[in-house]
Design a protein around this ligand. Structure first.
Ligand code: FMN
Length: 178
């Protein structure tokens, strides 16, 4: 895919086939995250690759129950003390978000599905994965081959939140001043 196609093809995938994703492909996508820009090039991020089925099940929640079927889950973490923290905003969030989106786009390029997950209980995730106290969990994403049929839950959610809809460009772009 060329860059424009990758950007257009990316979408949240909430139903996965049981075909496994090999470690090499996951590492290739993590390499895209590794070379992302960051505050003062501090690279405050850490990524945990979770493949253990029991752990993945524990990472699923009421709202994100479908996560349990993903081939793997990536847990994206940041160290606030290794990023810009003297002024707001806390740039570790920006750093980790950029890197994770690199990962997401690289996965799209491999024909794989992902979905940003912000709805998780941080303490539960930290305990489950032995994440140090000072580290923040920023987001999770499953990675896997999309199921052929998207399924009722995913279709309904996408309709409810109009997930394909974006604001028109005139509403969000301001020339020279707001
Ligand atoms: C920071 C962030 C957190 C999100 N958290 C969740 C989540 O917990 N569960 C979920 O199903 N989708 C989650 N999403 C996905 C959004 O709902 C989705 O990106 C949006 O509806 C647009 O749809 P698209 O990704 O298919 O283009 C999250 C997205 C972002 C950027």
């Amino acid at each position: 895919m060329d860059f424009t196609e990758v950007i257009a093809a990316r979408k949240s995938v909430r139903k996965y086939s049981d075909k496994p994703v090999d470690n090499g492909t996951i590492m290739k996508c993590l390499e895209a995250a590794r070379i992302a820009p960051s505050w003062a090039n501090k690279q405050c991020w850490h990524f945990i690759v979770v493949r253990d089925r029991k752990k993945i099940e524990k990472l699923s929640s009421m709202i994100n129950f479908w996560l349990k079927d993903a081939s793997a889950v990536i847990v994206a973490c940041g160290d606030p003390l290794k990023s810009g923290f003297k002024t707001e905003p806390h740039y570790y969030l920006v750093d980790v978000a950029i890197a994770l989106e690199h990962f997401v786009l690289a996965a799209t390029n491999e024909g794989l599905g992902t979905c940003w997950i912000g709805a998780f209980d941080e303490e539960t995730v930290k305990t489950l994965l032995g994440i140090p106290k000072e580290i923040k969990v920023v987001a999770l994403t499953p990675i896997g081959f999309p199921a052929e049929d998207e399924g009722l839950f995913s279709k309904t959610l996408k309709t409810l939140i109009s997930s394909k809809k974006r604001k028109p460009i005139e509403e969000i772009v301001h020339m020279e001043k707001w």
